[in-house]
Design a protein around this ligand. Structure first.
Ligand code: UTP
Length: 291
């Protein structure tokens, strides 16, 4: 059976919603509590047994790759001072355990274009795409692991979806499905950012995909769509005419860390779950809100 070995992480966007913070620091390096978004994304993939990563990046975003390089001096220092848990936190994804290849996207032409940049690196196998600004907590092994479990049974492309408020359809790709079971359905139609009155449903595409390599053929034919960008959604819409593509309603909670509100919500909820912070932080929040 064809296993999923590789994941694409598109990180070449401009992160304009987080300016001025993202003028120099990439959005994917912003921390939720004490860990950057990119590290949560890689940990989720490693939990799904993926060890090969392709970063689609920009020339000025080198800190994302640097984060996974060995830090010899720092490691020595933490080791001699006996700070093993901190040592583990920086070593968990060192280059000994995973491989990272970077491909430069010269211009941010859109998510579809970013994925197309990985064509050579992927070759002819099914692969995952993770958008690090969608942080997903399922309290278990992660959303991607859930999706790979479905892939191992069905051998199709799979897109993670979430039921959203009808007012928000113009922020997402929206699918209509033919339900197969409680969480999985065959996608009949997919459209990028439809107005609420035109949306085929309230099932929104979120940042986790397992895709057939056939998608590259359609990405090469995809022209600029919504927002003047080359949209992955438009290529998936073409793929639908040739292959079955599934929507999977994942278990867990997603935080849209590409938006300020979602990012703040993630920090509050992850802060409340942090064993070191939990007590003092929840006391602080109770006082602040008068509860
Ligand atoms: P977003 O549209 O959410 O990210 O793209 P952005 O463009 O960086 O952010 P804003 O809207 O200006 O604040 C979703 C993901 O796709 C990547 C982004 O880095 C992000 O991870 N992306 C987007 C690319 O890699 N290349 C692109 O051309 C566009």
């Amino acid at each position: 059976m064809r296993k999923i070995h590789k994941a694409i992480l598109p990180v070449a966007g401009l992160g304009t919603r987080f300016l001025p913070a993202t003028k120099v620091i990439p959005k994917e390096m912003l921390p939720v509590v004490d860990k950057p978004l990119i590290q949560y994304a890689l940990e989720e993939a490693v939990n799904a047994d993926i060890k090969e990563f392709i970063f689609i990046t920009r020339h000025d975003k080198g800190s994302i790759e640097n984060h996974f390089h060995k830090a010899i001096e720092l490691e020595k220092e933490l080791s001699t001072s006996g700070k093993q848990h901190l040592l583990d936190s920086i070593n968990i994804l060192s280059s000994d355990n995973i491989s990272i290849q970077s491909v430069i996207q010269e211009k941010p032409l859109g998510l579809g274009h970013a994925v197309l940049c990985a064509k050579e690196a992927i070759g002819d196998e099914y692969f995952a795409v993770i958008l690090p600004d969608d942080l997903i907590n399922d309290g278990n092994r992660g959303c991607l692991r859930q999706m790979i479990n479905v892939y191992e049974q069905r051998h199709n492309s799979i897109i993670a979806v979430e039921n959203i408020s009808p007012d928000d359809t113009d922020k997402y790709g929206i699918v209509s499905i033919d339900a197969m079971d409680r969480s999985t359905g065959r996608i009949l139609n997919i459209v990028e950012k439809p107005k609420p009155e035109e949306a085929p449903s309230t099932l929104a595409v979120v940042g986790r995909y397992i895709l057939s390599p056939q998608i590259f053929t359609f990405l090469e034919q995809t022209e600029k769509g919504a927002g003047g960008e080359i949209q992955l959604t438009d290529a998936i819409s073409m793929l639908l005419n040739h292959e079955q593509v599934l929507a999977y309603e994942f278990e867990g909670k997603r935080y849209d860390c590409g938006s300020k509100l979602g990012y703040l919500q993630a920090n509050v909820e992850y802060g409340l779950k942090d064993p070191e912070l939990n007590k003092e932080f929840s006391d602080y929040l109770s006082k602040l809100t008068g509860n």
